[in-house]
Design a protein around this ligand. Sequence first.
Ligand code: BGC
Length: 271
Amino acid sequence: MTVSPNRPLDGQRAIVTGASSGIGAAIASALSVAGARVIVNFMGGEEAARQVVGGIVASDGEALAVQADVSREEQVQSLFAAAVDAWGGLDILVNNAGVQRDAAFVDMTLQDWETVIDINLGGQFLCAREAARLFLKQGVRPEVSAAAGKIICISSVHDVIPWAGHVNYAASKGGLGMMMKSIAQELARHRVRVNAISPGAIKTAINRAAWETPEAMARLLPLVPYGRIGEPDDIGKAAVWLASDESDYVTGATLYVDGGMTLYPAFIDNG
Ligand code: BGC
């Protein structure tokens, strides 16, 4: 099989966690347009996940909705078993599922802390480990990719930007950076590539309060030198590139897709 430049993921099989809405849904659709078959994982939003699958199928793609809470080991194992049952294996994992439980530090409950760490960090650990086990067992299939598998961790600009009122979230994303690089270092010899995408402000439900009124948008935009809020598809396109052989020599990297949010915009006329 020759991989077409328009469909760089032809013949590949992907799992996208947290894909019933927002960035995950956009990534699932973008991977499908690029040729991959996709498992649209969801935790609570079954109807929304079915709509994402419906959209993919309507565009002649192949997708399945599979429920799993990524912080639960046995549910993660069934999620990966679903890919093996349906398609005989896996080539791409996009570790996207994540939550915010915001609170002032002094009011943050242990449950707020644990929920965010368990899903954002523990969930990525469990899914990456399951994917890696499969990739090592399968080895390289040169007709579809030069790598035995690709893992893409969806992080955040808050893996480097401290975030008051979101200590749990920033800690989960900071931890993710070192987890991703350590896994990348360990698995490179097996030709498994592990990278991260760190989105900035992307217009989704998780940060609705930051963009839904003109006043909120006016407070947000000075943080984005490029002058616009991001769209979920900005992340979808980056994920396709990191999943494809176009990025075959890239591993252990974090791609900031943030309109320059990490460029210290407060210093533009200052300092
Ligand atoms: C958060 C959003 C926030 C963005 C930029 C993301 O990781 O989930 O709520 O708008 O970072 O601050």
